[in-house]
Design a protein around this ligand. Structure first.
Ligand code: F6P
Length: 319
């Protein structure tokens, strides 16, 4: 392989730049040229592409976001879009691609691989909701950002004897909620993976109050309903003033943590080695702290584990 492309697609995640840097430098070390494809798969449709060099990826490992920009691309779901992308690759001599993103990105990578351009996916999303890997790039930074923000909310909740209801991101998954909740000593964590009722939350708060506690944190995963409404119901049920805060996109920004930089570098390096060894239609992941790879279709069929044990522990030590 003489030339490969690299792109970031879907929601950005801190650590994506570490992956871009590792991909670029590993490929150059292996005698290849690297093209940075901008704004996800869109870059292949409108040839928004620039060559990357050892120096052009300097000074990016510490930056949040993605220097290649990112976007979601509707056209790429259709045959016409896929054919146009394939033509761009052939015209520019791009023989393989590394695509960093979530499940949607991997579907695109599988479709393009099936049309003769070998692609390797790398999991990059703050949600950690990709089944084939225990870790996705951006998750650690997002959890730490959420934790710092909830700590700040706790200060003001404590001063006012209030309940702070905090909504964290996660799309449809409760991984950020679970880890942030346990790290911040939340009284209750609301996620779709575990059954809950407002009465359960109220009861937990009231019971905890009898042990002398006056302020409470309830962490709610995105998609579990209107946080303002949940706060209002908690206030009605407990008589304790409640305030809701949606953390939102602040969780996607910021300088990546050590973990996101190190694992991002490892995964980027690994992905290029797969291409060097002629292996496309693969997705890189982590299992038991070891970097592994799977066939993309197989990976997309896997089911993600949610640690009910950690959730149970969080509940048992929450009062
Ligand atoms: O997948 C990352 C994520 O931040 C989710 O947690 C959230 O549901 C979604 O992206 C938000 O997407 P957008 O940036 O398009 O609003």
């Amino acid at each position: 392989m003489k030339r490969i492309g690299v792109l970031t697609s879907g929601g950005d995640a801190p650590g994506m730049n570490a992956v871009i840097r590792a991909v670029t430098r590993t490929a150059i070390k292996n005698g290849m040229q690297v093209y940075g494809i901008r704004r996800g798969w869109n870059g292949l449709l409108n040839e928004d592409i620039k060559e990357l060099s050892i120096r052009s990826v300097s000074d990016i490992i510490q930056r949040g976001g993605t220097v290649l920009y990112t976007a979601r691309c509707k056209e790429f779901r259709f045959e016409e879009g896929l054919q146009r992308a394939k033509e761009t690759c052939i015209n520019l001599g791009i023989e393989g691609l590394v695509a960093i993103g979530g499940d949607g990105t991997f579907r695109g990578a599988a479709d393009l691989s099936a049309r003769g351009i070998p692609c390797v996916g790398i999991p990059g999303t703050i949600d950690n909701d990709i089944a084939m890997t225990e870790y996705t790039i951006g998750y650690d930074t997002a959890m730490n950002t959420a934790m710092e923000l909830v700590d700040k909310l706790r200060d003001t909740a404590q001063s006012h004897d209030r309940c702070s209801v905090v909504e964290v991101m996660g799309r449809n998954a409760g991984y950020i909620a679970l880890s942030t909740g346990i790290a911040c000593g939340a009284t209750y964590i609301v996620t779709k993976e575990m059954p809950f009722t407002i009465d359960d939350i109220v009861m937990r708060i009231v019971n905890t109050q009898t042990t002398g506690k006056h302020h409470f944190i309830v962490v709610v995963a995105e998609g579990m309903g209107n946080s303002q409404e949940i706060a209002k119901k908690i206030e009605q049920g407990t008589g304790i003033e409640a305030r809701a805060t949606i953390l939102g996109h602040v969780q996607r920004g910021g300088s990546p943590t050590v973990q996101d930089r190190v694992i991002g570098s490892q995964m980027g390096h690994y992905a290029v080695e797969l291409l060097v060894n002629g292996r496309g239609n693969r997705v890189v992941g982590m299992q038991k702290s070891v970097i592994v790879d799977y066939d993309i279709q197989e990976a997309l069929k896997m089911k993600k584990h949610f640690s009910e044990e950690l959730y149970r522990i969080a509940g048992e030590i929450s009062f």
